[in-house]
Design a protein around this ligand. Structure first.
Ligand SMILES: Nc1ncnc2c1ncn2[C@@H]1O[C@H](COP(=O)(O)OP(=O)(O)OP(=O)(O)O)[C@@H](O)[C@H]1O
Length: 595
């Protein structure tokens, strides 16, 4: 931490310690509630801001925590009225643990159902979280035996803790939450969270299970929020439908959006300021405050998507960085990070037999049969729409329902019948997309760091500062003009530089088979020549290189074998010169029908 950050943190700590002595009990209670809401905002920032999973019903987890403590400590009558309160500490602990466990389990189920299928996407989780929060309030109100109905449960607050005590307890919980959150988002795992948010398919094809990352973060967010809900209930002695409500869920979204997504500090400040303002304004203008909150959310999302506090935090960070330059990540070549191809060159590493695949009624691959061989540079060519990119997709993701066989003969890896994209990538099949696909919010070095781990779970607290990659990756970085740009954000790179970065990322993952869809598009003739040399080097060390290309001169120069795809069928498979001279190929490229 730089000195100004230490000073600012110490100053904030002094203010928090002294503030309750300058205010009365009323404000101590309000602030203690605001701190709990700030914990919720930080957890939602994790889920929505960093992992990109929109949870519109985040209040549900808060309500479950509160209701669980209410239930553990009270005895209800037949009509749901509180008859007795059990004030033993064990009951509070039991309620808290049960609330966290129930919220965690339910969140894991919801996230798995909404996120794990190829056919589901963010839209599902938006609808499901919204529907769940709404349904929870209805169930709550209609089932008095569960939560006291519209009256809720009350009078069960933990005795012997004063408002000042709660103030310090909640402040300490918030400090721990923020500290842990900052460590995690700055760690290597934090990079993965942002990578999955920015570009889940790219993360998947580098060997990461993006769905599990999202499910894990969503579930952790629910657990922390349930804990905050449980403490809230112990402190106030109240559990009611308001804690589940869509109104509270909307407030949570407003805190994060107004504070600034993916900043931690922004949502924390947003929650404290907005909940204090809300509490005061609600006293005088209860109806108007809800409208103001809704309008604020719309205004921020439309006009200042970065939020109000987040940009200030970033600006302060930039100003500080000028005075105290942060330690950037360095990219260095390491022999140990060298990709190792198969020693037995000439051996098939992927065997494809009679592959048939279509989009609806459109048949795109029509009985493709070919071998991908270690230590060979294979070019796949064909006119637009021939099925080249589709073939890449079907080879690198067997969850795509294709008929026929794809067998992976990668030493040391046994893949199941229909391995997922991340499993295939981990086994050593690397893929570069046709349109450059990078992680917008990651720097060049950060992207290479993640790529180099090839799906190995990154540490949630360690922040690697040096990135060791294969010498070939350093060559690609140099050829692509990325030298000296280790700390440049991928979103700030030109099209050509992104192209180079994606090739470098694919090689950094130490693949044994590398499939590159038009890696030289957007590069100059000189850069193409250099990339060609890197690909030849990869081939020479035993890697199977599959290149999808349109530039026939380049293809003839670098390839050992050329496969021509036309109308989803392999119409030629042989040495480059033979293929170039082929009448069938010429007519295919000129658009004449091939029989
Ligand atoms: N997701 C999709 N849904 C429906 N049709 C698709 C989809 N992706 C590709 N296609 C169609 O499948 C056919 C083959 O496309 P593909 O991108 O595999 O060809 P290609 O040989 O890579 O072409 P290009 O050289 O232009 O990239 C095309 O007719 C294309 O329109």
């Amino acid at each position: 931490m730089s000195r100004p950050v230490v000073v600012a943190t110490a100053a904030a700590a002094v203010v928090v310690l002294v503030a309750p002595y300058l205010t009365g009990t009323y404000y101590q209670q309000l602030l203690a509630q605001a701190f709990l809401y700030a914990i919720v905002a930080v957890s939602l920032d994790f889920v929505w801001g960093y992992a990109g999973v929109p949870d519109l019903g985040h209040a549900l987890w808060f309500g479950i925590g509160a209701l669980s403590v209410g239930h553990a400590t009270t005895v209800l009558s037949d009509v749901g009225l509180v008859e007795e309160v059990h004030g033993s500490f064990g009951r509070y602990a039991l309620g808290t643990v049960a609330g966290v466990v129930i919220a965690t389990a339910l969140a894991a189920i919801v996230a798995r159902l909404c996120l794990s299928s190829r056919r589901t996407n963010d839209f599902y989780i938006v609808v499901v979280t919204l529907a769940l929060a709404t349904a929870a309030v209805t169930v709550y109100d209609q089932t008095p035996a569960l939560g006291g109905g519209e009256n809720g449960l009350f009078g069960f607050n933990l005795q012997n803790v004063t408002p000042l005590g709660w103030y310090y307890i909640t402040a300490a919980l918030l400090a721990v939450t923020v500290a842990v959150a900052l460590v995690v988002v700055r760690s290597d795992f934090g990079l993965l969270m942002r990578a999955v948010r920015d570009n889940a398919p790219r993360a998947r094809y580098l060997g990461y299970n993006d769905v599990n990352v999202k499910i894990g973060v969503f579930t952790a967010g629910a657990a922390v929020t349930a804990l905050a809900g449980a403490v809230f209930a112990m402190m106030t002695g109240v559990a009611n439908d308001g804690q589940f409500s869509f109104t509270l869920a909307t407030s949570m979204l407003v805190w994060v959006a107004v504070g600034g997504r993916a900043t931690i500090v922004g949502p924390m400040v947003g929650a404290i300021v907005m909940s204090l303002a809300g509490a005061k304004l609600n006293e005088h203008f209860p109806a108007q405050w809800t409208i103001i909150e809704g309008a604020l959310l719309i205004a921020v999302v439309v006009f200042v998507p970065g939020g109000l506090i987040g940009p200030l935090v970033r600006l302060a960070g930039r100003l500080l960085a000028r005075r105290y330059p942060p330690r950037g990540r360095t990219v260095t070549a390491a022999a140990a990070a060298r990709p190792t191809g198969d020693s037995g060159g000439g051996r098939p590493v992927i065997r494809i037999r009679d592959l048939v695949f279509g989009y609806g009624s459109l048949r795109v691959l029509d009985g493709v049969t070919l071998d991908v061989v270690a230590g060979e540079l294979l070019c796949v060519v064909g006119p637009n729409g021939a099925g080249k990119s589709t073939l890449t997709s079907v080879i690198t993701d067997r969850r795509l329902r294709a008929q026929g066989e794809v067998e992976y003969l990668l030493q040391g890896h046994r893949l199941g019948a229909r391995p997922a994209a991340h499993e295939i990538a981990r086994a050593g099949v690397g893929r570069k997309f046709q349109i450059p696909s990078v992680f917008a919010s990651l720097t060049v070095a950060e992207a290479l760091l993640l790529a180099g781990r090839r799906g190995a779970p990154p540490s949630p607290w360690r922040r690697s500062t040096s990135v060791e990659v294969a010498p070939a990756v350093v060559d690609i970085v140099r050829i692509a003009g990325l030298d000296g740009r280790a700390d440049t954000l991928s979103s700030d790179l030109s099209h050509g530089l992104r192209q180079g970065l994606e090739v470098a990322m694919t090689v950094a993952a130490r693949p044994r088979v590398i499939i590159l869809d038009e890696p030289t598009a957007g590069l100059t003739a000189h850069e193409r020549h250099d990339i060609g040399r890197v690909l030849e080097h990869l081939r020479d060390i035993g890697i199977a290189v599959v290149l999808i290309e349109h530039d026939l001169d380049f293809v003839v120069r670098v390839s050992d074998r050329v496969v021509v795809l036309h109308g989803g069928r392999v119409i030629e498979d042989g040495p480059p010169e033979t293929v170039r001279g082929s009448e069938v190929v010429r007519s295919a490229y000129l658009g004449t029908a091939v029989r």
